[in-house]
Write a protein that binds this ligand. Structure first.
Ligand SMILES: Cc1cc2nc3c(=O)[nH]c(=O)nc-3n(C[C@H](O)[C@H](O)[C@H](O)COP(=O)(O)O)c2cc1C
Length: 204
């Protein structure tokens, strides 16, 4: 088995919720010895739209995470995609970046990846699962191994509650609770463990 995995946590966030989850997921992966990069996608919304929401503008002005490059995708063995729910779907900002991976897909090099997804919404039944399932669709096309969070232990079963992937729901910005963060950390640890096992196998 490979000693450690390279894990990319790739996200879009407008008001900080998904960003908080991204860092908790990264902590879980690095706690298992993985090399981890946390990267965000570039903002493509018009500046007037961003400026109309002070929380959005503040996040964009203060977030320190580096922007993703295709070389980050080439580097990783496992990837976690995070996006807020936008009408039950992932944000177009994340989609815009993922649509630039066609060249890597054509080379077949994305089939080595293990992929998992996490999200945030303002309501519990406002599209958390549909957003995760939509992000996971890309992994089918890449040929990647899809990793759910799963009901891996009683914490997910009885407290965080979503086997599809770590999910936050709140009407506020930067509002992750310990429960949300713990679910994301668990998902990151699971991603590191499974990626390490999968990346030690060679596909004939
Ligand atoms: C255009 C738009 C669409 C949204 N659609 C949904 C939705 O379908 N369901 C929901 O519960 N929340 C929805 N939300 C709320 C966000 O998903 C929620 O505020 C999320 O926690 C923001 O994450 P962030 O802080 O990482 O940007 C929407 C927000 C915006 C701006």
């Amino acid at each position: 088995m490979a000693d450690s995995a390279n894990i990319l946590v790739l996200y879009y966030s407008a008001t900080g919720n998904v960003a908080q989850m991204a860092h908790a997921l990264a902590d879980g992966a690095s706690g298992l010895g993985a090399h981890v990069r946390v990267r965000r996608v570039v903002e493509i919304a018009p500046t007037t739209a961003v400026a109309s929401n002070p929380k959005w503008q503040k996040f964009l002005d203060t977030c320190q995470d580096e922007y993703v490059a295709l070389t980050d995708i080439e580097w990783c063995d496992g990837i976690a995609l995070g996006s807020p729910t936008r009408f039950g779907n992932p944000a177009s900002q994340l989609r815009a970046f993922l649509d630039t991976t066609g060249g890597l897909w054509a080379q077949g090099s994305l089939s080595r990846l293990v992929g998992t997804s996490f999200t945030s919404a303002s309501t519990q039944h406002g599209g958390l699962e549909s957003t995760i399932l939509s992000m996971n669709n890309i992994f089918y096309h890449w040929g990647s191994v899809i990793m759910p969070l799963g009901y891996v232990n009683s914490f997910v079963h009885k407290e965080s509650g979503n086997p599809y992937g770590a999910s936050l729901y709140s009407t506020s910005a930067n509002s992750a609770t310990q429960t949300h963060l713990q679910a994301a950390t668990l998902q990151g640890a699971r991603l590191a463990r499974i990626t390490r096992a999968i990346s030690s196998m060679s596909e004939e």
